[in-house]
Design a protein around this ligand. Structure first.
Ligand code: PLP
Length: 840
């Protein structure tokens, strides 16, 4: 009905049709070979098997059906695929498998492959890698996203390096997706309330190996023209369109989960965009059990996980209150006892509920509605605790409940065929699919000669590809044959290849190497130890600074002396990224600290024997050690000008005095031993630590299993526990202002301070609180929390007690302050109730 008919394939090869719908070929080198064999030119151009089948002439299929070699390859590919899909993977075979019914992973973008262009950058690529890792490890996850009629823009550079943006139409019939058909027949359509109308959302399905990704779109003939465009463009349109998209993703998405996967108990929100799922989930729970909205939220919040990706508060998605009033009025009064008002919803997204000027912040809703919240690297976790501090008034920053799970990348997506071969020989085929990290030590045993041969092949391949890409670029820009010919001599397979690719934007400082062009010239054109740079990246259409950075690099690349040493490849996408990360020797990343929440491109080179030379920000801050790569800059801070100047100097100097000399320091056999030892360290130590399988395992252990267990508890007996918690929290809230901490008495006894504190609990039950001493981090000292014990009632008082405890005299008693915090065995604190009272 939706798809254009595919050509009728001869019986021997008819299986190709079902293979097109499995995105597993995006990370299978065998898949590459197979599709390339069907139609090399089309495969190279589109990397979309669906299009390859649609556009290959029938004679070619007839020939393939008689081609013994092809049939053998096909049979073996099919057998491998069957085995992959049928053999239970690591998680499903583990003891914990029965404790996790399922996870719905919501994301505004998914970057799985060139054939499904539903991503703009890092967030989408991460989400794609996440689903692939879930498939490999056999974790019960489904993805929830949007199907855009136009993905993110495609980049073309004009003759002067100006960026032009094109938005090709995503033809659903040419994408590896299928409509979700209901058991009783008919396409699954999700109704969604919008002002004065109901919009229907079509549901599509993409198969990522074992994992399903559901995609919603509003481009249904049954919708009015403006509504058909809601899902037209990724990050396109104004604030109102963005809000509608986020309502479609969060609310529509949760309805898909309810319709297709009732077993799912964990809702994972990848960045704040999908946070409305929290409200819809709680609302549906309340409707189902006929309880009030807040009981429903207390029940379901235990099953929600939020990953924040934003490094600065200004990066959060926000909406004016009036827009929410326009789009969400139907939730009001929809639930028992009129327990949900728009004012309540607005309060969930504000610091100050009553501030009419304050915009509604999606990240605040996400954090308040999730029992587990993590940032995407250790450093980002730390900065996120500062960013979210205002939601936890008077709580110490170190206790703001945002942890971190550092991102990882799906290694099989990013390894070269050559790297795959070496890893397979050393560590086996199952290396990223078994208990993460257990099968990869052997990579350290691979001999220098073999590693060096791989590096040389990978580099040569990138040079070859760059020349081809560059020639096409020049031809399409209308340059004459002679100019196009220069592409044949661009780069050199035998010299050090430096690379980077990323969004061109101010904080990434992509132009940092251009601060001193003479120095760059000496570095690249050195006669004995030359170097070359290949790069790629887009600037946001509205980012003039980013566009200017692209122009500067193009101007350098066009100078005759740099022509063979500097290449800018236009239209950065997942395909290009794969080639770059496979070929470069050294990857550079130069964000302004701490703006890089994590950064993942540097992780993609690890498996291929590339080395990182980057600012200590994001993942590199925790990954770096002197024997695996190079660190640029320092954490001293200062004015932007000072930091930029210091970092630039540090980068030049590191390249000149350490990176380049080591690369060319070869023994008589022509092998750079020290360089290879560094590669070996980087491959064996960092690759497993920053693999998607490690990330997935962390999410399972630190988020999914605890959340699944907690939400199951709260949903039992008509949500009895959740309702009890809700009441408990309300009582505590109401009584909190009646608490009061008296003056402590301190005595010294040998090596301890004995502390005795009178506490008046007012309206609050003693069992609902803990009294503690708190000392914050200072100099070398870490934060400390010491529980005080309730000793006895204060004579003559009502609900007044003496609490006592002891701390070591190794720390000044002035560091400690007494405080009261809520205490409940099952409530996640302080996430779910951020009350605190301090000794005055
Ligand atoms: C990996 C990747 C990114 C993200 O890279 P960062 O290092 O996180 O900036 C963006 N776009 C594409 C196409 C990628 O492959």
């Amino acid at each position: 009905m939706v798809a254009l008919p595919l050509p009728t394939l001869p019986g021997e090869i008819s299986i190709l049709q079902s293979l097109t719908l499995d995105l597993r070929w995006t990370w299978s080198h065998e898949g590459d070979a197979l599709w390339s064999c069907v139609n090399e030119d089309l495969w190279e151009r589109t990397h979309n098997p669906w299009v390859v089948l649609q556009s290959t002439p029938a004679e070619r299929f007839k020939a393939l059906a008689r081609d013994k070699k092809f049939l053998d390859e096909l049979a073996s590919f099919v057998a491998v695929r069957e085995r992959y899909l049928k053999t239970p993977g690591w998680f499903r075979s583990s003891e914990q498998a029965s404790q996790l019914g399922g996870v719905a992973y919501f994301s505004m973008e998914f970057g799985l492959g060139a054939a499904l262009p539903l991503y703009a950058g890092g967030l989408g690529i991460l989400a794609g890698d996440f689903l692939k890792a879930a498939s490999d490890l056999d974790v019960p996850i489904v993805g929830i996203g949007l199907l855009y009629q136009e993905g993110y823009f495609r980049q073309v550079l004009d003759a002067s390096g100006g960026q032009q943006e094109f938005y090709p139409f995503n033809e659903p019939a040419a994408m590896p997706i299928e409509p979700v058909i209901l058991p009783e027949g008919g396409w699954l359509r999700i109704p969604l309330e919008m002002p004065g109308r109901v919009v229907l959302l079509r549901v599509w399905q993409a198969n990522v190996g074992r994992v399903k990704l559901y995609l919603l779109d509003s481009n249904d003939a049954l919708n009015g023209p403006p509504d058909r465009g809601i899902t037209a463009k990724l990050y396109g349109g104004g604030t109102e369109t963005r809000l509608m998209q986020e309502i479609v993703l969060g609310i529509g998405g949760w309805r898909v989960v309810k319709a297709l996967h009732p077993e799912i108990e964990v809702c994972h929100i990848n960045e704040g965009h999908a946070a409305f799922a929290i409200i819809e989930r709680a609302r549906q729970q309340a409707l189902k059990e006929n309880i009030d909205f807040w009981d429903g939220l207390w029940a379901t919040r235990a099953g929600n996980v939020f990953t924040t990706h934003t490094p600065v508060a200004a990066g959060f998605d926000r909406f004016p209150a009036d827009l929410l009033r326009k789009y969400l009025p139907y939730v009001e009064g929809s639930i028992a006892g009129d327990s949900l008002t728009l004012a309540d919803i607005l309060a969930l997204g504000r610091i100050n509920p009553d501030d009419e000027e304050e915009q509604f912040n999606m990240a605040y809703l996400a954090l308040r509605g999730s029992a587990t919240c993590v940032g995407v690297s250790r450093l980002h976790g730390e900065f996120s605790r500062r960013i979210f501090q205002p939601l936890f008034p008077r709580w110490p920053t170190c206790e703001v409940p945002v942890g971190h799970i550092t991102n990882g990348v799906h290694m099989p997506t990013w390894d070269s065929a050559e790297a795959d071969r070496i890893w397979t020989e050393a560590c086996g085929k199952e290396r990223w699919r078994s208990d993460p990290g257990t099968e990869v030590e052997n990579i350290a045993q691979v001999p220098d000669e073999e590693l060096w041969a791989m590096r040389n092949k990978n580099r040569a391949h990138l040079v070859h590809l760059t020349r081809r890409h560059l020639a096409t670029q020049l031809r399409e820009r209308g340059r004459d044959a002679e100019a196009v010919h220069t592409a044949d001599t661009a780069l050199d397979p035998n010299i050090l290849m430096i690379g980077f690719s990323r969004r061109f934007t101010e904080y990434k400082r992509t132009d940092i190497l251009l601060r001193d062009l003479d120095r760059l010239g000496r570095l690249l054109l050195n006669e004995n130890r030359p170097a070359q740079i290949v790069m790629s990246g887009k600037a946001h259409p509205a980012d003039s600074v980013g566009k200017e950075m692209i122009r500067s690099w193009i101007n350098v690349a066009r100078q005759p002396k740099f022509r063979q040493r500097v290449v800018f490849l236009e239209d950065y996408d997942i395909d290009l990224a794969q080639h770059l990360v496979q070929g470069v020797d050294v990857w550079i990343n130069t964000p302004r600290r701490p703006w890089e929440a994590c950064g993942t491109s540097g992780m993609k080179i690890l498996v291929n024997g590339g080395l990182n030379c980057s600012i200590l920000d994001g993942w590199w801050d925790e990954a770096y050690r002197p024997d695996v790569g190079w660190a640029i800059g320092d954490a001293r801070g200062g004015s932007v000008e000072d930091v930029d100047a210091r970092d630039a100097e540090s980068l030049y100097e590191t390249l000149e005095t350490r990176v380049i000399p080591e690369f060319y320091d070869c023994d008589v056999a022509g092998v750079p031993r020290a360089w290879l030892q560094r590669i070996r360290n980087s491959m064996s130590i960092l690759t497993p630590a920053f693999a998607g399988s490690r990330m997935m395992k962390d999410y399972i252990e630190q988020a999914y299993l605890p959340r699944a267990q907690a939400v199951a508890e709260r949903l039992k007996d008509k949500n009895a526990k959740a309702r009890e918690m809700n009441k408990w929290s309300r009582d505590l809230h109401a009584g909190w202002s009646s608490l009061h901490i008296g003056r402590p008495t301190i005595t010294r006894n040998e090596a301890t301070w004995n502390v005795v504190v009178p506490v008046h609990l007012g309206e609050v039950a003693p069992s609902s609180v803990r009294v503690e001493l708190f000392a914050d981090a200072r100099d070398e000292l870490v934060p400390e929390i010491v529980l005080l014990h309730r000793e006895h009632e204060i004579p003559g008082s009502i609900n007044g007690f003496v609490y006592a405890g002891a701390v070591s005299t190794s720390r000044s008693i002035d560091d400690y302050t007494a405080r009261i915090v809520p205490d409940h065995p099952d409530v996640v604190l302080p996430n779910e109730l951020p009350l605190i009272a301090w000794q005055r």
